[in-house]
Design a protein around this ligand. Structure first.
Ligand code: CO
Length: 469
């Protein structure tokens, strides 16, 4: 047996995915900063701290500038690589953007402190990744491409190795297997990671969620099969719909060829810091103990945890909560009709909402969202399987679906956006904030202006009335 040392790297997710998964992304910058110095001394492979829902939640709920958060974290993390999650041509939003917006967003993310950009596409359509990968490399960043993991007829080992090969060929620096729903079972991980390691030579990272209860075992098998880095969360924000616990995985590999070398004592001090935040979140109801248990429905219905909670609240709003299980059963049908895409933002929302409409209206595709229409028109890219032709006909009629890279049909957008945002602009990055969440951004900019006016009467004199509401 090969006993050569092969320490596994740890990406810490407590500042991004962990609180996104457990407390609706509500951790504030103020709650993060006091522990940054200690975290910086741990020796993590990287700290994931930005992207995904953090950007939206900062603006919408916390009234914080996400760019400002990034700069503060960069100041504090002097030795540790900072990592973000990036939805390919969707950036951090829900639609396809023109290349000029994607490129500018990547440029500004790296300029403000991001080292590693994890780029994924909800269809695993390589064409939707290329622009962001090129931009990251041009700016001197590390371009990691994530394969959105899912199961289904189309998703054979061959599918994954083909995709991995294409990703390596397109110039990615590393690959992440992104298992957002916690579907990757331990022995399947052995097969998958072994096959990927045999196919590509760039490093491979694994990201999973504890939702279905198997994640620590999946990491164990993946590490034995040669995975280079795993994503974990400090124990107070681990397990449930979040990641396996950092301390547990570190101890698991101690004294083995995979020893991370991280200090459990130092990690314990960080856990001590986060524990009261967890207690606080439980007491306020922000952390619902329900999400901490094992959810076996995830394996039955292959639906990510976040999608389940969205469906519950949407059904409640429609006074149709008794239809929950009917909707759950409709999800795989809609997914098949739409070419069996992985369920990850934004495809998870598209499939979930359409399944709900199909059940609640009593007739399949009687009522369709514009996103369902867009998917069936090819506007989100190519799916692993063909669309259901009957459903496609019912939804888009005689319209010719597109087959090119969707962003090729989108004109550059930055110029127009710069003009629209001019009255509010205080920094270059504001146009990107506006590009992603126009309405929320305007509300935030107005709030920011009001705050500044309050603390600085001089600003009030000169700018009073200059900001449209
Ligand atoms: Co995740």
């Amino acid at each position: 047996m090969n006993q050569e040392k092969k320490p596994v790297g740890i990406t810490e997710t407590v500042l991004r995915d962990a609180h996104q998964s457990l407390i609706a992304t509500r951790m504030t910058t103020e709650q993060m900063l006091p522990i940054v110095d200690k975290m910086d001394k741990i020796g993590y492979h990287s700290v994931e701290c930005w992207g995904g829902a953090t950007f939206d939640a900062c603006l919408r709920f916390l009234k914080e500038d996400p760019w400002d958060r990034l700069r503060k974290l960069r100041d504090g993390f002097k030795n540790t690589k900072l990592q973000m999650l990036f939805r390919g041509q969707n950036i951090l939003g829900y639609r396809h953007y023109a290349d000029d917006v994607v490129e500018y967003f990547v440029q500004k993310s790296i300029a403000n402190g991001i080292d590693i950009i994890r780029i994924f596409d909800c269809m695993n359509d390589i064409r939707n990744l290329q622009c962001a990968v090129n931009a990251a490399k041009k700016e001197g960043g590390h371009a990691q491409v994530a394969l959105s993991y899912t199961i289904g007829d189309a998703y054979t080992l061959e599918y994954w190795t083909d995709l991995a090969k294409k990703v390596e060929d397109m110039g990615a620096d590393s690959i992440c297997v992104k298992d957002m729903a916690g579907l990757l079972l331990p022995y399947k991980a052995t097969e998958l990671i072994t096959a990927l390691k045999d196919t590509v030579s760039i490093p491979i990272q694994l990201h999973t969620h504890y939702t279905s209860g198997v994640a620590s075992m999946t990491y164990l098998k993946a590490v034995e099969a040669g995975v280079d880095v795993i994503d974990t969360a400090m124990s107070p924000f681990a397990l449930g719909t979040s990641q396996p616990a950092t301390e547990v995985m570190v101890e698991t590999f101690r004294g083995t060829p995979y020893d991370t070398g991280l200090s459990t004592q130092a990690l314990a001090e960080i856990a001590d810091y986060f524990r009261p935040l967890r207690e606080e979140a439980i007491a306020s109801g922000l952390l619902n103990p329900k999400v901490l248990g094992v959810d076996i429905q995830t394996l039955l219905y292959q639906v990510p945890g976040g999608m389940l909670s969205n469906m519950v609240s949407q059904l409640n709003e429609m006074h149709a909560s008794d239809k929950y299980y009917d909707v759950l059963k409709e999800v795989p049908n809609v997914r098949k009709d739409l070419g069996e895409p992985p369920l990850v933002t934004p495809s998870s929302q598209i499939v979930g909402t359409q399944a709900m409409l199909n059940v609640v209206t009593g007739e399949r595709y009687k009522s369709v969202t514009k996103e369902t229409k867009a998917v069936l028109s090819g506007e989100y890219g190519q799916t692993a399987k063909p669309f259901n032709p009957e459903v496609q006909k019912k939804v888009i009629g005689d319209k010719e679906p597109i087959t090119c890279r969707p962003a090729d049909l989108i004109e550059n957008e930055l110029g127009r956006m710069e003009a629209e945002i001019a009255p509010w602009k205080q920094q270059d990055e504001d146009v990107l904030t506006y590009a992603l969440f126009p309405q929320v951004a305007k509300e935030f900019f107005n709030y920011r202006q009001a705050q500044q006016t309050r603390v600085d009467p001089k600003v009030a004199d000169t700018k009073n009335g200059a900001y449209p509401v």
